[in-house]
Write a protein that binds this ligand. Structure first.
Ligand code: RFL
Ligand code: PHB
Length: 392
């Protein structure tokens, strides 16, 4: 089997890259270890930056998002029992965010690709990348029927997430990794209930962070900070509600609307970057190259920004024989990545309880929250990062 770009992973990075390349007339094959049903049902991100929304619309896969997604013009920071709104649109000349679930983006991209008759190999196993530093790299894998196959490509795009095979295929002497793990995770739940708020609430509390997000007028997405090693058995529904009620309590009579919890999961929090995001003919994109803690809602958006730059670089290579954009891919992508790393780390540090917290540290967090919600300059810093800096 032969193709121009072999894409490992059918997450947002791999699927959008395949889609953007197809629009440029560049052929690709997407390999994915999981099934279509599984990738379309995995609950992850919810917040799309304006730039991400534009990329999806301009490439023709934004129609359902525009119909079913929700545009938000602000967010609320809640601390000390009070709520303060950050006017995202007012502080950024009208930019906003879209609340539309990641698995809905995945469904739209899978449909677009399959409708165009382009291949996605689901259920592959034993993926290995060969000859990445040679003219003709190859991807070996076992397909869903168990047959050994080989894909010859001009380039390989490693879009297989944090636990994929692409990044470890770069010899360790040729990559530098930057890591921070946080001493907490998020317990996330999906709830059948009407929204308690029109905009997302990020809450700082002595018992730990809490977040109120949404999926639809009927389904809400709520998170509480927890021990990353904690087990779901320790979080019966009543305990989830008790923590949410306590951490979100205000002195103005606001009430959290409750309902049946139908999905629960715990995610660990880390910051991670690999440099460079390229080796030979392998280009990494999305979580394969970098992870941010979800507090800044940046992970999926970074994946989109990466593949936009990468698809343009491949287009310049095939159309004009130019290699300069491919050569610059890693440094261009990393500039945005490190900005988002800093923002996500800052939001996380400001809003969470750390195990070694002292009263001094707690007061510093409150001072920072007070400043962010009262200084136009600081609020603008939050707003322009949250809605996303303009794409290159
Ligand atoms: P993904 O989504 O992990 O996709 C990688 C795909 O590769 C497959 N794979 C392989 N395929 C072939 N061969 C192999 N050897 C393979 N190994 C793995 C996997 O099965 C998978 O399908 O990475 P990608 O495409 O880079 O996308 C990144 C995003 O998924 C991620 O950054 C976001 O979900 C992060 N994130 C958020 N991002 C936002 O922009 N806004 C948010 O509001 C937001 N909230 C979140 C989040 C992530 C969360 N979790 C669960 C970590 C909230 C949460 C709770
Ligand atoms: C979500 O809706 O899942 C969500 C929203 C905002 C975040 C992270 C996750 O910062």
């Amino acid at each position: 089997m032969k193709t121009q770009i072999g894409i490992v992973g059918a997450g947002p990075a791999g699927l959008l890259l395949a889609h953007l390349l197809r629009l440029e007339g560049i052929e690709s094959v997407v390999l994915e270890t999981r099934t279509r049903e599984d990738i379309e049902a995995t609950i992850r991100a919810g917040v799309l930056e304006q730039g991400t929304v534009n990329v999806l619309n301009e490439s023709g896969v934004g129609e359902r998002m525009m119909r079913e997604g929700f545009v938000h013009h602000g967010i609320t920071l809640r601390f000390g029992g009070r709520s303060k709104r950050i006017d995202l649109a007012g502080l950024t000349s009208g930019r906003s965010i879209m609340v539309y679930a990641q698995h809905e983006v995945i469904k739209d991209l899978v449909t677009a690709r399959l409708d165009a008759g382009a291949p996605i190999e689901f259920g592959v196993r034993d993926v290995t990348l060969q000859d990445l530093d040679k003219e003709a790299p190859r991807i070996r894998f076992r397909d869903a029927r168990g047959e050994l196959r080989e894909l010859n490509c001009d380039f390989v795009a490693g879009c297989d997430g944090f636990h994929g095979v692409s990044r470890p295929s770069i010899p360790s002497r040729r990559r530098s990794e930057f890591v921070r793990t946080y001493p907490f995770g998020w317990l996330g739940v999906l709830v059948e209930a009407p929204p308690s708020t029109e905009e997302l609430i990020y809450a700082h509390h002595e018992r730990g962070f809490a977040l109120v997000s949404t999926r639809s007028p009927q389904i809400q997405r709520l998170y509480v900070q927890c021990d990353p090693e904690d087990r779901l058995e320790n979080w019966p529904d009543e305990r989830v509600w008790e923590e949410l009620r306590a951490r979100l309590a205000t002195d103005d009579g606001w009430v959290l609307k409750e309902g049946p919890i139908f999905q629960k999961g715990i995610v660990a929090m880390r910051s991670f970057v690999v440099e460079p995001m390229q080796y030979g003919r392998l280009y990494l994109a999305g979580d394969a190259a970098h992870i941010v803690p979800p507090t800044g809602a940046k992970g999926l958006n970074l994946a989109v920004a990466d593949v936009r730059v990468l698809s343009r670089a491949f287009a310049a290579h095939y159309r004009e024989g130019r290699g300069d954009l491919l050569a610059q891919y890693s440094s261009m992508a990393l500039r945005r990545v490190w900005r988002a790393e800093h923002f996500s780390w800052w939001m996380t540090s400001m809003l969470h309880r750390f195990h070694d917290d002292t009263p001094f540290h707690h007061r510093l967090q409150l001072a920072e929250l007070d400043y962010v919600t009262s200084s136009r300059a600081k609020a603008t810093t939050l707003a322009e990062n949250y809605v996303g800096l303009p794409l290159d």
